[in-house]
Design a protein around this ligand. Structure first.
Ligand code: FDA
Length: 379
């Protein structure tokens, strides 16, 4: 069965690339091993899909080559995606920091992609396991063998294996002699050692605005205490920059000071922290004596830890809870204009499988759309 283009993976990037190529009159087949397409889109953004970010630019992406994403991002902007969303009558809103979400359900984004694929005459086969890929390209599957002029790999990253994530794309890249940069979970909750968890675990569910810093990277956002450690936007963002052995510093009261004239520690921090957090924090780091007996030195020591808490990170919650995979198919082996392999002609890698990872806030979908658009114009 001869195709112009075979795309492996019916996720965000695969479906977008499929209809982009289909609109150009290419005969496109998408192969997906799960029973349904777009599973990650469906659960994204808490069910409302943070489908893009109005401010997306190369500075919001991590990669061995941070400039690599520039060309694809310039070729398909956040406004281009919003225009498509509106053409489908999908109601959306912008939250803080340029994050754009569906008003109703992320299912609408999946439906948009599937309808565009249908209009462009794209064939999608689900429940199709890939057995072998031969140069040329011949793709042998549980549903037969397909040959294609161009092969696009859009199999995503390793996070959320329960939704069908596999290492297929990385293995295929290596099979064709391409380099894969070291991978690790990104946008992932951090775990704390028992010593801290014994106290902070009791206030899991509480959230407060903080500033988190590792190296020269800082994020000022909310931090959530969990029963295993720390999560929330500030933690997820910084987790992509933090590596085991690195320092991680938290300012728990950015730009503010406790009111030391107040009658109690809880009152001194009222309006800044939830009462239960103040109680837990004082147990963890405050001088263990009544507030009225705190000396100037006690206050200074307390403040130092409030503003510069060196978080004793035990680790991360791993790929099971990570939103993305850092690292992947090396950008040095890909064209930044078309996402075609420099080593094997007419072989393309798009979306999260590539060593380009966005911050939290709609940047990863924007990379999926933009890289898929670039390849979809070229295949
Ligand atoms: P994606 O994972 O979407 O698709 C890959 C497809 O390939 C899947 O359908 C998979 O089943 C298939 N596949 C894998 N191996 C295969 C094989 N061997 N054979 C055939 N098919 C195979 N980003 C964002 O910008 N805004 C957000 O709101 C969120 N929210 C979010 C929440 C959660 C819980 C997670 C885990 C992730 C997010 N993300 C996000 C990240 C975002 O979902 C992710 O970056 C994109 O889906 C990546 O798109 P891809 O198409 O590259 O991979």
């Amino acid at each position: 069965m001869k195709q112009d283009v075979v795309i492996i993976g019916a996720g965000a990037a695969g479906l977008f690339c499929a209809f982009t190529a289909g609109r150009r009159g290419r005969k496109v087949l998408v192969l997906e091993h799960s029973e349904e397409p777009g599973k990650k889109i469906r659960i994204s953004g808490g069910g409302r899909c943070n489908f893009t970010n109005a401010h997306a630019g190369p500075e919001n992406y991590l990669s061995e080559n941070p400039a690599f994403c520039r060309s694809a991002l310039a070729g398909f902007s956040p406004e281009d995606f919003t225009t498509l969303v509106e053409a489908h009558g999908i109601a959306w809103h912008e939250k803080k920091l340029g994050q754009q979400f569906c008003d109703r359900s992320s299912q609408e984004i999946v439906d948009l992609l599937l309808l565009e694929c249908q209009r462009a005459g794209v064939e999608i086969r689900t429940g199709c396991r890939i057995e072998e890929v031969r140069p040329g390209y011949e793709v042998r599957t549980t549903q037969g063998a397909f040959t294609a002029d161009s092969l696009v790999v859009a199999t995503g990253g390793l996070s959320f294996p329960k939704l069908g994530a596999t290492d297929f794309g990385y293995r295929l890249a290596r099979q064709f002699g391409m380099r894969v940069t070291p991978m690790r979970p990104g946008l992932v909750p951090l775990t704390l050692p028992e010593s801290e968890l014994g106290v902070l675990g009791k206030v899991s569910g509480l959230s407060l605005p903080v500033r988190m810093t590792t190296g020269r990277q800082a994020f000022e956002e909310a931090m959530l205490v969990t029963h295993r450690g720390l999560s929330g936007p500030a933690v997820l963002q910084i987790s992509s920059f933090w590596k085991p052995g690195d320092d991680l510093m938290v300012d728990l009261l950015p730009g503010k000071e406790p009111d030391f004239a107040a009658g109690s520690l809880v009152a001194a921090l009222a309006g800044h922290w939830p009462r239960r957090f103040t109680e837990a924090w004082s147990q963890l780091s405050g001088p263990q004596k009544p507030w009225k007996q705190w000396s100037e030195k006690d206050r200074r020591g307390f403040l130092e830890l409030v503003h510069r808490w060196p978080v004793p990170v035990a680790g991360t919650e791993g790929y099971a809870k990570a939103e993305v995979t850092l690292g992947g198919v090396s950008t040095s082996d890909l064209s930044s204009k078309t996402l075609e392999s420099r080593i094997s002609r007419r072989l393309y890698f798009i979306g999260e499988v590539v060593d380009v990872t966005g911050w939290l806030g709609g940047f990863n979908f924007q990379w999926a759309w933009a890289s898929a658009h670039a390849a979809g114009q070229a295949v």
